[in-house]
Design a protein around this ligand. Structure first.
Ligand code: NAD
Ligand code: UD1
Length: 330
């Protein structure tokens, strides 16, 4: 297939492009570089031997997006482009709603105009809100706690209504759990601007000595050791899930959790990082972070049954690859 990947130079998009190319798909990238670097294109070429066509455009720009569809016979799209910082979404709600919702609407509109049936969307486990894990795709969604989460819930609704009104349009809503890790080459990984908010990039920077110590947000949750439990998934496993999802997609709205189905606590993750990488990660326990929940992990059975996909890499590979990338690049 010829697949348009929006946000293809970002963390998850770039890893997905490698897996698409490995599976003999042709890739076109649209990215405005708001949270990525053009050098990623060369790294993709280094890893795959292929340099995909790249368009530096904003996906909210209907005219520029239309040009791509005019000039290419596209079979499907994977829509990663979006802003993703929870904290920033609270201080800049309009930017988040505009970017994440308008990009989704414009892209689906252009897909329908050009008869492109397959649309894969990057959603998030955040749409489940605070309810008991394991989280299943058929659970009712609960209110999210921030504008970023709302953009994911709203995008899911917009795409669902659009499929209901257009029988030739099909959507896969992929709810990611906590993507971490990096490509085994050490060339690609997660490189957030400024001080990281998420656990794994923060841990990597502490291990490197760039940040003094990690603050663990609470040790009084009802979990195995009192710290928060999440379903960390290696970004390469996540990328493979996208290939399966777009290859399988033929009609309707299809929702899949992409997680491992296993929960890991903050302390378990830090201990694995120190042991596997033989480095020290100083930490202290501080108060809970507002908006955090105790536990969040997937029921991953549906993706296994219907997509024949299942995460294969464990916490050891995640911490190993995150550290390798940190040492080589950031
Ligand atoms: P990322 O920021 O690394 O990648 C997103 C890419 O989209 C960047 O390259 C950015 O430049 C581009 N982009 C943003 N807005 C754009 C626009 N209007 N037009 C063109 N390009 C635009 O993020 P990521 O971690 O790779 O996440 C990809 C998607 O998955 C996002 O939609 C994100 O919300 C979603 N998601 C991420 C996580 C996570 O933990 N990383 C979890 C759940 C869902
Ligand atoms: C966060 C977002 C979620 C988003 C996801 C993307 C919030 C409230 N939620 O999820 O919407 O989809 O990122 O990956 O921001 N922790 C520490 N110290 C730190 C950082 C994190 O103890 O410095 C803990 C957290 O309390 C949590 C766990 O580590 O228990 C994971 O945190 P994080 O990586 O930020 O992800 P989530 O909170 O699950």
């Amino acid at each position: 297939m010829k697949i348009l990947v929006t946000g293809g130079l970002g963390f998850i998009g770039s890893h997905t492009i490698i897996e698409l190319i490995k599976n003999n798909h042709e890739v076109i990238i649209a990215d405005n570089l708001i949270n990525s670097k053009i050098e990623v294109l060369d790294k993709l070429c280094q890893i795959t031997g292929i340099k995909p066509a790249f368009y530096q455009i904003d996906v909210t720009d209907e005219e520029k997006l239309t040009e791509i569809f005019e000039n290419n016979k596209i079979d499907g799209v994977i829509h990663f482009a979006g802003l993703k910082s929870v904290g920033e979404s609270v201080s800049k709600p309009l930017e988040y709603y505009y970017n994440n919702l308008v990009s989704t609407m414009v892209l689906s509109k252009v897909c329908i105009k050009y008869g492109v049936q397959k649309f894969v969307f990057s959603s998030s486990a955040t749409v489940y809100g605070d309810q008991p894990s394991p989280l299943r795709e058929d659970m009712e969604l609960k209110k999210t706690t921030n504008p970023y989460g709302e953009t994911k819930a709203m995008s899911e609704r917009i795409l669902t209504d659009t499929v209901n009104a257009n029988k030739d349009f099909a959507v896969s809503l992929l709810r990611y759990f906590n993507p971490v890790g990096a490509h085994e080459s050490g060339l690609l990984g997660e490189d957030p601007n400024g001080i990281p908010n998420n656990l794994m990039p923060f841990v990597s920077k502490v291990a490197k000595g760039q940040l003094k110590k990690l603050s663990i947000f609470g040790d009084d949750y009802e979990t195995v050791d009192g710290t928060g439990v999440r379903d960390y998934i290696h970004v390469v496993d996540l990328a493979k899930g996208h290939v399966k999802a777009i290859e399988k997609l033929d009609s309707g709205v299809n929702i899949y959790n992409l997680g491992t189905g296993r929960g890991t606590s903050v302390l378990e993750l830090i201990n694995a990082f120190m042991k596997v990488n033989a480095v020290d990660v100083p930490y202290e326990i501080v108060g809970r972070r507002p908006g955090d929940i105790a536990t969040c992990y997937a029921d991953a059975d549906k993706a296994e049954k219907e997509l024949n996909w299942k995460a294969e890499l464990g916490i050891e590979e995640m911490v190993r690859d995150a550290w390798k990338f940190e040492q080589q690049n950031v």
